[in-house]
Each structure stands twice: as C-alpha cells, then as structure tokens.
Design a protein around this ligand. Sequence first.
Ligand SMILES: [Zn+2]
Length: 319
Amino acid sequence: MELVNIRQLIDPQRCFEAVRQLRWPNGVRCSHCDSDQVNRNGRDESQAHRQRYICKACNRSFDDLTDTIFEGHHKPLEVWILCLYFMGLNLSNSQIGQELDLPESEVQGMTKQLREGVVKKPIPQLNEEVEVDEIYVVAGHKGHPEVVAQKGREGRKRRLKGRRGRGTMEGEKPPIVGFVQRCGEVAMFVCDNVQRSIIRPLFEKVVARGSKVFHDDYGIYDDLEKWGYEHKTVCHSAGEYARDEDKDGFFEVHVNTIEGIWSLLRSWLRPHRGISQELLHLYVGFFEFVYNCHRRGKKLLSSLIEILVNPESYQPETR
Ligand SMILES: [Zn+2]
C-alpha cells in the first residue's frame, strides 16, 4: 500500500494560479507584444486550469505557460512544480524519481532544464568588502562517454585521487572561483583553470572597481591593485587565518565568509554523486541562487518559479 502519493496532494489549479501571479504580478500581459489589453479566451483542452488569452492589440493568442520553461511538456505543470520543490530541498535525481514515480532518466532531463532556467538569473553585482577564493571539485565526464573516448582512455571507475598542485578542468578537477560581499550576495564561476586571464574578467563582471578585496596569498590575486581594487591578503601559507590590521579589535582581514560558503556548497553537492563537468556549472549556479535567496522549502519554491517565469522582476531578499 502506498501511504503518500504526493502527486495527488498537489492542487493543479493552485499551480496555475501561482504561475500567473508570479509571472504577471500587475495583471496579464501579452506574451507577444506586452500589451495589457488582453481578454480571456477559454481553457486549454488537455489542462483544465490553463487559461488562454487573446490580445486586443496584436490579435494573437497565448496562455499561462506560453514562452515559459513550463510550456510544451507532456507532463502536467504540477509535476514540474513538485520537481522544482524537491530540487530546492536538494534531493538527487534518483530521490526525486522515487517521490514522483518517474524513471531517473526522465527526472534527469527535467532537472537539467529547470537548472538551466534558474542559472539564467542576473549576475550578482558586488561592492564594498568582497572576499574571493577558489576550490577544486572532482568532476569527470559521467554520461559523456564520447568525451572520455576522445581523451583516449577508458572511463574511470573510481574517483580521481587528489592530485598535487592546482586543479584544472582538463585534469578533471575544475576550479570554482567564488566572490562574496560581506553581508551580501555570492557569485560563483566554474572555470577551466585559474590563470589571471580567466580571473580578471570575472572580477570585472561582478566586483565594482574600488571595492576592498580580501583573499589568501595565492599569486593569481597579485595584480588586484592594477585591476582597480584595494586589497588585503591573509597569509594562509604562514598559518594566519585572520588579522586585525587597524588594531580596532576586529580581525577584519580574513576569508572566513567564503570558506563557510564552500563548506555549504560541498554539502549541497554531496547527494548528487559524480556530477559531470558538463553539468557542474548548473549545480553551482543553482546553489548560488538558493544561497542568495535566503529562503528555504515552500518559500524558496515561489522564488524559483518567479525566476523561471519572470526573471526581470525577480529581486533577491536583502538581509
Ligand atoms: Zn499582443
């Protein structure tokens, strides 16, 4: 006997209402010409709660899901919403498959599309005090045997052992570079390697000139002054973890914020065993969104739907 069938517990009508509300907070607008002169025009034939509209300005028709990520699937909207909810709870594809009675391969396709939608969010813009750091995660070519073949060897059966030196994408240990504004948002990038030619454009993309940047004593950050930033180094190699440079009793020179976030990220990635490097940026981008959102569970779900159906109006919660 099945005790819980979550697909029967979720109300399809409410799912459509939520999408409408988040997509058009100020009333329905035409998905073609953005006019607000629209009339209702009956319901979808296969999905009873899916409202159709006709635009009085351009005379074209559309419905609740037109031009959204939820359009054009044979699975009903509520299954996609449940999938998104479980992703927010950080369930793996196989766990989601079990909860939704779907094969893992189908869930894989759904979560990939949803993650791709979420990571199109605007790139965070950081200023004031910003910490930067990098970590390396093991990521091979799971699910991409053609790449493994190209590399001229058999697919590996076990995790790569830790290598000496800095990881690279080529070495299947790609770096993730992270920036966090203290008391603010985080921005993360999966990179091929951490050469300065790769790091500098990231700084320009996310960190405002004149910001004060805190980092460890890894040489890639040596040119920060030339790039237009004030910066402070914490000398990890000398066993230092925080320094009170202005002698006011606060140990302000540190990268503890980003290091805390790395440990959250590692825990977040753990249930998704063997993420391939082709997909790693989607998982990291999704984590970034969740972290910046400061919401969990049901509340996070609304933000996830909003970023998917109305990315222009989405605003992260401020602390
Ligand atoms: Zn129109």
